[in-house]
Design a binder for this molecule. Structure first.
Ligand code: 6R9
Length: 658
């Protein structure tokens, strides 16, 4: 079949790559993963997952592994009961590991905290008691709008302990984005802080919450962590300082067991329409797969490893591979508050050296940024403690993979390229370290227990050497249980494309190489991937047209050497514009407007003013053609355009203004 729109560059790049890196004997000899996992899972998938669920402490054991009778709504470990926070914290203390460090927290300005499992237990209990005192109980929603502070982890686990659902909203999102998420989930409480450190500066955060909660009828309380000592407005009937809310609350709390299918959290992610989807995850299945994958893919040895996942807690990677997976496994981990170049470009490596980090998990965009800064920076630090590297968030180009393994991993560490989504909850496709000979740029094989296929438009699997659409053809424990408040959208988005076959459509294009290994090729829908963050073209378009000067807008993701894709917007302005200084100011204002509506991550890299947009006869914008313009390619087939001269107009107009 034809390649997904706009993926030709990635594909060319990936197709020429044929290097492989077999695991070292030394690594294999001690690996958590074994090749027997594949055979076991293939022999009896449900028995395999039941065995993985034994990693957790269940209050009541399940009586059925999977109930798929109401597909696509799965129930895993039916009848089982457990408390997720107990599994992530208390049981390690009870097993005698209370003195083990859970979190080495490193603040951006250089302050730090060491938090043991015993301390974590006290903090989580105190926070749970404080939330309960404010009326939070099982099934309630709590919005968490915090940077990478220990309080974010305490808050998430306190919710889990009470059976309340957290909805973490990335601290880089705007007041407007926060407001829509709070309202969609009807959150009762918001947990935030006065300000957050970003590149050495204290940036206000509480102010965004004030703006958001002016129009959120469900919010009863706002809890404010003091971080930057920034002055904030305070509504004493609604707002409470973190310390004040927790004062006098005991640091013990008896956890209650909840049903395996009790909701754990909602996490909003971009879809193909303007409205973000509240992805719903539940307890037993999610935690089982989080713990299993963290153990197997990252080869975690809780007694000796220091693990570091650089994601933000506002994304699913932060949920599964900072909070739930590592803590369920009793890991010692690093959490860093700031950006990689504050105060200098060696900050990550300084931290690796300081804590002797052994496992490091980051995104390709970060790796490409390190490449840009140059290999002399990591070379300055002792990185010999590292024994495993991971990548997530977007396809990793082979050059970045090789650079990472060489300059960070000393040509010694396995590199695991892990494919998964907010919706899948946990890693789905990845090499197993110590088992799989790795290939730069390929996520390779579904994990034991997971079934994935690449199919054509009719759902027929394609052969080796061919490309198509990635589907998941068997349910998995950490799968989403739906979209909050909109189960029809859940069916439509993921299950309607191959409805007769019962496949989950992931929205990604992929290809098998001649060995049958999987290479991910990027999204095939209107979702962009900017630095590993999902943003829909429609979301940015809606933000643009909400500005009074914009008549129409079309947005595409164009290849970008650092961020993977960059946002390029084409706008038709009301009354037109020229390339004068005032025109430039107007464009700058537009970029700011998008940032205000969605958040700085959604700011277009470039805005081009055009007289018309290319549309099909049915009025659909042909983004493929705009992507050609944005990537400076020859314009592709224009025959389905309602007016084929539009592209000429656009190209001419642009050459005049550049
Ligand atoms: C975990 C996460 C999911 C989308 C996914 C895909 C892309 C993630 C990838 C990858 C190629 C990888 N993606 N990991 N593409 N190789 N290893 O990122 O979740 O934010 O929901 O994004 O990210 O396009 O569909 P999420």
């Amino acid at each position: 079949m034809s390649q997904p729109d706009g993926q030709s560059n990635t594909l060319d790049n990936l197709l020429t790559e044929s290097r492989t890196f077999p695991p070292s004997q030394e690594f294999s000899a001690q690996a958590n993963a074994t090749s027997a996992l594949y055979t076991e899972a293939a022999a009896d998938r449900e028995a395999f997952w039941a065995k993985q669920a034994e990693r957790l402490d269940w209050d009541t054991k399940w009586d059925q592994v999977l109930d798929w009778s109401d597909a696509p709504f799965a129930k895993w470990f039916v009848g089982g009961r457990l408390n997720v926070a107990y599994n992530c914290v208390d049981r390690h203390v009870q097993a005698g590991h209370g003195d083990r460090v859970a979190i080495h927290w490193e603040g951006e300005p250089g302050d730090s905290q060491t938090i043991t499992y015993a301390q974590l237990q006290r903090e989580v209990c105190r926070t749970a008691n404080a939330l309960a005192a404010l009326g939070v109980g099982a099934g309630d929603r709590v919005a968490i709008y915090l940077p990478m502070l220990p309080e974010a982890v305490y808050s998430m686990l306190a919710c889990a302990r009470l059976g309340a659902l957290h909805s973490v909203v990335f601290g880089g999102f705007s007041a407007e984005a926060l407001r829509t998420r709070i309202n969609d989930a009807a959150a009762k409480v918001v947990i935030t802080c006065d300000g957050q450190y970003r590149r050495g500066k204290a940036m206000p955060l509480k102010a965004n919450v004030d703006e958001a909660v002016a129009q959120t009828p469900s919010v009863e309380h706002v809890i404010v962590v003091k971080r930057t000592n920034t002055d904030v407005a305070f509504d004493h009937t609604r707002d409470k300082w973190w310390d004040e809310a927790r004062a006098g609350q005991p640091d013990t709390h008896t956890p209650q067991a909840f049903d395996s299918e009790h909701p754990l959290f909602i996490l909003y992610t971009s879809g193909t329409t303007g409205k973000p989807k509240g992805i719903l995850h539940t307890s037993g299945g999610y935690l089982t797969q989080a713990a299993y994958t963290h153990h197997t893919v990252f080869d975690l040895k809780p007694d000796s490893d220091t693990y570091w996942c650089t994601a933000d807690i506002g994304w699913v990677t932060g949920h599964t591979y900072i909070v739930y997976g590592p803590l369920a496994n009793g890991a010692t981990q690093v959490i860093y508050e700031g950006t990689p170049n504050t105060p200098h470009e060696g900050r990550h490596w300084e931290i690796v050296q300081k804590y002797g980090v052994t496992i490091y998990y980051t995104a390709p965009t970060t790796i490409r940024t390190f490449m840009k800064w140059g290999p002399q920076i990591p070379a300055h630090y002792d990185l010999s403690s590292l024994r495993l590297l991971g990548s997530v968030g977007e396809p990793i180009n082979p050059e970045a993979w090789i650079w990472y393994r060489h300059n960070i991993g000393g040509d010694r560490t396995p590199v695991v390229d892990t494919w998964w989504q907010t919706e899948t909850g946990s890693i789905m496709i990845s090499p197993l370290p110590g088992i799989t000979p790795t290939k730069p740029g390929s996520a390779q094989q579904p994990l034991p227990g997971i079934s994935a296929k690449i199919v054509d438009e009719t759902g027929t699997p394609v052969g080796h050497g061919n490309g198509g659409l990635l589907v998941l053809d068997e349910p998995w424990p950490a799968m989403l249980r739906g979209i909050w408040g909109d189960q029809q959208r859940y069916r439509d988005t993921y299950w309607s494309k191959f409805a007769d076959l019962g496949f989950y459509f992931a929205g990604d294009g992929a290809k098998y190489d001649d060995d049958g290994d999987i290479w991910l090729l990027g999204r095939v829908d209107d979702v962009m991937n900017i630095s590993g963050h999902r943003i829909s073209t429609t979301e940015v378009e809606s933000a643009l047209v909400s500005h009074p000067n914009v008549a129409e807008a079309a947005v595409v993701g164009a290849s970008d050497p650092t961020t993977g894709q960059g946002i390029v917007a084409f706008v038709i302005l009301r009354g037109g514009t020229d390339d004068t200084a005032s025109g430039q100011t107007a464009l700058k204002q537009l970029r700011e407007h998008v940032s205000h509506e969605i958040g700085p991550i959604a700011k277009p890299r470039q805005i081009m003013v055009v007289p018309e947009l290319p549309k099909t006869r049915s009025g659909k914008i042909m983004r493929r053609l705009l992507r050609d313009v944005a990537e400076n390619r020859e314009i592709g087939d224009v025959t389905t355009l309602a007016d084929s001269s539009v592209m000429d107009l656009i190209s001419k107009g642009l050459s005049k203004t550049t």
